[in-house]
Structure formats: structure tokens, C-alpha cells
Design a protein around this ligand. Structure first.
Ligand code: NAD
Length: 448
């Protein structure tokens, strides 16, 4: 009997497997597809690899603003795809390396029976026993119940889009969330005609409004069509009927959220499911004492870095590590890889000041254009950007930071650190940032 069985080999599953086996537990990991899960195979890594290729092409086409002329710039999408596969293969090999101490079963796992001391799991006709179970089954693309979407050959989900060997000439993207806007960026930079249809009054509805407005302004000027407050009513082939009129394109990419994968868990009687996700406590323990869950299946922020942190917390709890760790959900950074990138951490102005706000904290907002950073000006010709810091008026702690401007993804961790540690403005100001870096904008804005 194994100490721990893990179902799912994505960031939650492989992090937990490595952590638990390092601590001496015997670990059995089930993965029905490829190690690395959505993040490595059909999510974060392949999209960022393609986005980087697209950015290289786009920058080469626009190099004249930096005094560089490049003629006859072209790209080969198939080569971009091949490079993407190479990157994915390399990273998966790295994960396999980390999991040498674990037993890995490459098959779909189904829980057969549960008791407080033993869980039986079946995979590929074999039965396996473990004392504890960690559910890391992830999530899948949600297909909305819209007439004409199902089995429509013109409709792609993000996986189809990532694996396509050719680019469409035009695309309608349904859903202006994170996935939608990252694909809008990729396709636009490679010359595809892009239209985004978003049901809410604005794209990226959970992000800072001023940052999103700057992005919308830039993308609209560049020719990306963005329809907000617009419902998709039905599809007929490549024609999309919306509340703003009919749209058509070579392809229709649907990215309107993801749903937790719960299949194979039916035998876990008493496993509490809340709003379609596995309910967990702060230590990632489910309603069953020896069953834990981590990652997208728990529905708390579907981000790879949350998944891996949740996995560490779950393993810490299994090992009864003292002091018990919890996840600081208030300090989880997130990045949208548009161009420019939007990076944020902590509370937004809206969380604190809107009429329906749940946290009535008196706050002050400091903001500066990114142009206050010399490095930003040097490297972002003709670009705008914004850094906004939300501060608790009473005790002067940093509650949130929101930035648009490259490379915001690379310095948001410094802001996360400040929020996580509960730094006051005074404490943050004592941190020295290297000059010249775009990160200095954080200090400048806080000091304002
Ligand atoms: P999302 O929830 O971020 O966005 C979906 C968007 O679709 C929302 O804005 C929603 O209002 C809109 N929508 C829903 N139904 C619609 C309809 N019928 N017509 C038009 N618009 C509609 O979901 P996503 O973009 O699919 O991403 C899924 C998950 O993956 C998210 O949790 C996201 O955070 C995560 N993810 C993260 C990253 C990153 O961190 N860079 C990248 C990709 C995905």
C-alpha cells in the first residue's frame, strides 16, 4: 500500500509528488495523458512560447522606431509550432527527472472504494491501494449551451487553436477573458483579423479598470474589434449571431471559462462538491479526512502557481508539518500576457470602493504613468503604461498593485512580497530597486 496516491500530473500533482517523495512518502501518481497537465501541454507554456515568437515578428516589423530597419520580415507558423513542441518536451523531461522516486501509472484512474484508512483506485485494469489521496484532476474548457456550437467544424477551443498547423485569416473570439485576450494578442501580432465578443460590460472584467482601458485603447487603435456587453445568440457554420449583429470569420474561438474535472471520483461518498468544484479547507483537506485536493479542481483561482502552492500546503498538512502553512490568497499575483502585459496582485480599487464592495476598507490610490521609469521609456517607444498601488489609509499597508506595461510580469513578484508580508509604505520605501529597471516604478508610485 502506498502512503499517497495522486490523480493528475499537472502543476498540483507533480509538485505534490516531488514534495511528498522528497519527504520519504511512497507516492503513486496517475496521469491519463501527458505529465505537465494543462499548463505545460495545452496552456501556459505553449501559449507563452507562441506569443514570444509572435512578439519577435511584431517587433521586427516595427523596429524602425528604434532606428533599425528590417526588410522582408516574414514568419513560418509551422516552425513556431515546432519550437513550441520542443519547449514543451524539454520541460516535461525536467518534470520526469524530479519524479524519479515516484511510481507513475500512465492511465485513467477511477476511485473504486474509500475508507478512512484505505483508498482503492483502478487504472488500466489494475487495482492500487493508498492511505491518502490527493485529487489534482484539473479542469477542462467549458462549452456554453449556445445553438450551433457543438460539433461545428469552424469552432475551436484553446487546445484546437494551439495545435492548429495554419493560421486563419480572420477569427472571432468569444470571451474577452484571459485566454481570449492572450489569443487575440497572438493572432493580431501575426496579422490575423481579430474580433472579440465579451458578454460583460468590459473585457478582463476582474482586472483594474484603468489598466484594461489602456489596453482596449491600444488594441482598438491597432484594429482589433472589441464588442462588449454583447451576447452570442447562436452559430451557423462560421456565422455568429450576436446581440450586436452578425459576425463571421474563418474560425470562431470559444474561451468562456473552464470547469473542474470530477469524473472518476464518484465512489468517494461524502466528498463535498460546491459549485462544481471539490470543497477544501485552508489546508486543502476535503470533507473526507484522508482525501485532499489541489489545483483547478478546487476552483479557487485557476492558476498554475496557485495549484503548486496548494499542493505544497496539502503535503505539509499530510506530514503534519509545524507550523501548518496556509495559502495567502490575498497575495497571489496574476499576469495576462497581452502586449503590453497586465500584472496585478491583491485588492483592486473596485473591491474596496464599489457600491457592492465586500471589504469596506478606507483606501488611498497612488498611481503613476510607466513613463516615470527611465528604463520603460528607453525600451517602450511610443507606449503608455500605468502603475497603481492601493494602500490602506489607516495603517498604510500595501493592499494591491496593478500595472500595465512591459515587463510587468517580471516585477509583480516584488509587489506580491509586499502584500504578503503586510509591508507598510514606510517599509516598502526602504527596499532598494536596481537602476535602471522598470521595477523602480513600484517604489516611485508608492512614494508618490
Ligand atoms: P475567464 O473566466 O478568464 O474569461 C471568460 C470570459 O468570457 C469572461 O470575461 C466572461 O464574461 C466571458 N463570457 C462568458 N460567457 C460568454 C458568452 N456566452 N459570450 C461572450 N463572452 C462570454 O476564462 P478563460 O479566459 O476561459 O480562462 C480560464 C481560466 O484559465 C481562468 O481561470 C484563467 O485565469 C486561467 N488562465 C490564466 C492565464 C494566465 O494566468 N495568464 C492564461 C490562460 C488561462
Amino acid at each position: 500500500m502506498y502512503n499517497l496516491a495522486i490523480i493528475g500530473g499537472g502543476p498540483a500533482g507533480y509538485t505534490a509528488a516531488a514534495e511528498a517523495s522528497k519527504a520519504g512518502m511512497s507516492v503513486l501518481l496517475f496521469e491519463k495523458d501527458t505529465l505537465g497537465g494543462t499548463c505545460l501541454n495545452i496552456g501556459c507554456i505553449p501559449t507563452k512560447t507562441l506569443l514570444y515568437s509572435a512578439k519577435q515578428y511584431y517587433n521586427a516589423c516595427n523596429a524602425q522606431k528604434y532606428g533599425v530597419s528590417a526588410e522582408n520580415v516574414s514568419f513560418d507558423y509551422l516552425k513556431m509550432q515546432q519550437r513550441k513542441q520542443k519547449v514543451v518536451r524539454k520541460l516535461i523531461a525536467g518534470i520526469k527527472q524530479q519524479l524519479q522516486q515516484c511510481a507513475i501509472v500512465q492511465a485513467e484512474a477511477v476511485v473504486k472504494s474509500w475508507s478512512e484508512t484505505q483508498i482503492t483506485i483502478e487504472a488500466a485494469g489494475e487495482q492500487y491501494e493508498a492511505e491518502k489521496l490527493l485529487i489534482c484532476t484539473g479542469s477542462r474548457n467549458f462549452v456554453p449551451p449556445i445553438d450551433g456550437i457543438k460539433d461545428n467544424p469552424f469552432v475551436w477551443d484553446s487546445t484546437d487553436a494551439l495545435n492548429a498547423k495554419e493560421l486563419p485569416q480572420s477569427i472571432v473570439i468569444v470571451g474577452g477573458g484571459v485566454i481570449g485576450m492572450e489569443f487575440a494578442t497572438l493572432y493580431h501580432e501575426l496579422g490575423v483579423e481579430v474580433t472579440v465578443v465579451e458578454a460583460m460590460p468590459r473585457i478582463l472584467p476582474n482586472l483594474d479598470e484603468d489598466c484594461v482601458n489602456l489596453l482596449v485603447e491600444k488594441y482598438t487603435k491597432q484594429g482589433i474589434k472589441i464588442f462588449v456587453d454583447t451576447k452570442v445568440l447562436s452559430l451557423d457554420g462560421n456565422r455568429v449571431a450576436t446581440s450586436a449583429g452578425e459576425l463571421s470569420a474563418d474560425r470562431v474561438l470559444v474561451c468562456v471559462g473552464r470547469r473542474a474535472n470530477l469524473s472518476g471520483l464518484e465512489a468517494l461518498e461524502g466528498l463535498e462538491i460546491q459549485r462544481g468544484t471539490v470543497k477544501v479547507n485552508e489546508f486543502m483537506q476535503t470533507s473526507l479526512s484522508n482525501v485532499f485536493a489541489a489545483g483547478d479542481v478546487t476552483g479557487c483561482m485557476m492558476l498554475a502557481h496557485v495549484a503548486s502552492r496548494q499542493a505544497e500546503v496539502a503535503v505539509g498538512r499530510m506530514l503534519k508539518r509545524i507550523p501548518l502553512q496556509r495559502i495567502a490568497y490575498n497575495a497571489i499575483p496574476s499576469v495576462v500576457y497581452t502586449n503590453p502585459e497586465i500584472a496585478s496582485v491583491g485588492l483592486t480599487e473596485r473591491d474596496l470602493t464599489s457600491a457592492d464592495c465586500v471589504l469596506p476598507i478606507d483606501c488611498e490610490v497612488h498611481q503613476l504613468p510607466m513613463a516615470y521609469s527611465g528604463r520603460f521609456v528607453a525600451e517602450n517607444e511610443g507606449e503608455n503604461g500605468l502603475c497603481k498601488v492601493i494602500i490602506d489609509k489607516k495603517n498604510k499597508t500595501v493592499l494591491g498593485v496593478h500595472c500595465i506595461g512591459n515587463p510587468a510580469s517580471e516585477f509583480i513578484a516584488a509587489a506580491s512580497f509586499a502584500v504578503r508580508m503586510g509591508y507598510t509604505v514606510h517599509e516598502f520605501k526602504q527596499v532598494v530597486f536596481p537602476h535602471p529597471t522598470v521595477s523602480e516604478i513600484l517604489r516611485e508610485t508608492i512614494d508618490k
